[in-house]
Design a protein around this ligand. Sequence first.
Ligand code: ARG
Length: 403
Amino acid sequence: MSGKVVLAYSGGLDTSVAIKWLQENYGLEVVALTIDVGNESDFTAIKEKALKAGAVKAVVIDAKELFVNHFIFPALKADALYEGQYPLATALSRPLIGKLLVDVARDEEAVAAAHGCTGKGNDQVRIEVSVNALAPDLKVIAPAREWGMTREETIKYAERYDIPVPVTVASPYSIDENLWGRSIECGVLEDPWVEPPDDAFAWTKSPKEAPDAPGYVEIGFEQGIPVAMDGKKMSGIVLIQTLNELAGSHGVGRIDHLENRLVGIKSREIYEAPAAAVLLRAHQALQAMTLSREQLRFKQQVTMEYADLVYNGLWFTSLHEDLAAYIQSSQRYVTGTVRLKLFKGSCTVVGRKSPYSLYSYGLATYDKGDVFDQSASAGFIHIWGLPVKTQAQVQGTSRLEKS
Ligand code: ARG
């Protein structure tokens, strides 16, 4: 082949080696693309590293705002948690990386896109399915899936080409992080019986070292989007960053998930997602107040479909557009404030209010001011229980009587 390839470049060993490997094995010139999704790094150093490893160009894109507004907040509105546990931080960033790979490939008139994922994970699927959807003509190359090198061999390869290998003892974990959370895998975590050691965590304090006094925080929402913290308006990026620190300092947001990967493997994953934990809980609490029972029941089904779809790399699909339209519509009255208590690893909703609240004090109260017509309940029960009574009369209730 000849021409250019745009490589999603993290600055790590594998993607650094991939720069040389792509030149050697495909004869392509490599444009390194590094995307800032809130994974706090020294992007200038990464850029230099890419050029030193042989890239013809190194591009850094600050995609934090895009990530928050087009990926994180829509997922929050959807209440998205994969298998009820994982807030999907890594999964949400992959279609964005795919899109930016395509954008830069077009700018550079490249013939291919490349990424550093291995052949065992979900990330390869998410990136490639996204690139294929947006640019079917672009070839996708996955060096780490093709080269079949062990870690030792990768290091030797790097040394042979004078590619800097991190001198510090590399973390025993494979880590991916962005504003919405930190994913930690490998090392001792692969034994599902082993409790995650303290060194696996970077964003959250161990609950036993968290402050002895609870912290309180109020999140203001407008149509399902968090717009204020403790009464102060702030941008999505700042709100998430601030909450990650605050909730993390109280030990909130640790998740231990034995998860089902798309490629058929069960895998043990540890996550830290303090802001996501708080915001998802707050959002659900506000919805409980502003959506009807039927809307809430139906939304739970949409939530599950949506979370699976994001996890499985199907971001750029019509099904996603359809679900997103429902989710968006469901948020029109999800406006108000939720108060939460953060205490030694727990995050509890302790208050909620909304101008569109469906909670009626007059209907709910047992005190003075009760406007609920209790005498109407007799007729309601008569009609409601009619089919139950009819069936019991004809068929009996023997199953219960016998036991
Ligand atoms: N299991 C998670 C997912 O599939 C996290 C993946 C983390 N990726 C990584 N390269 N460390 O979304």
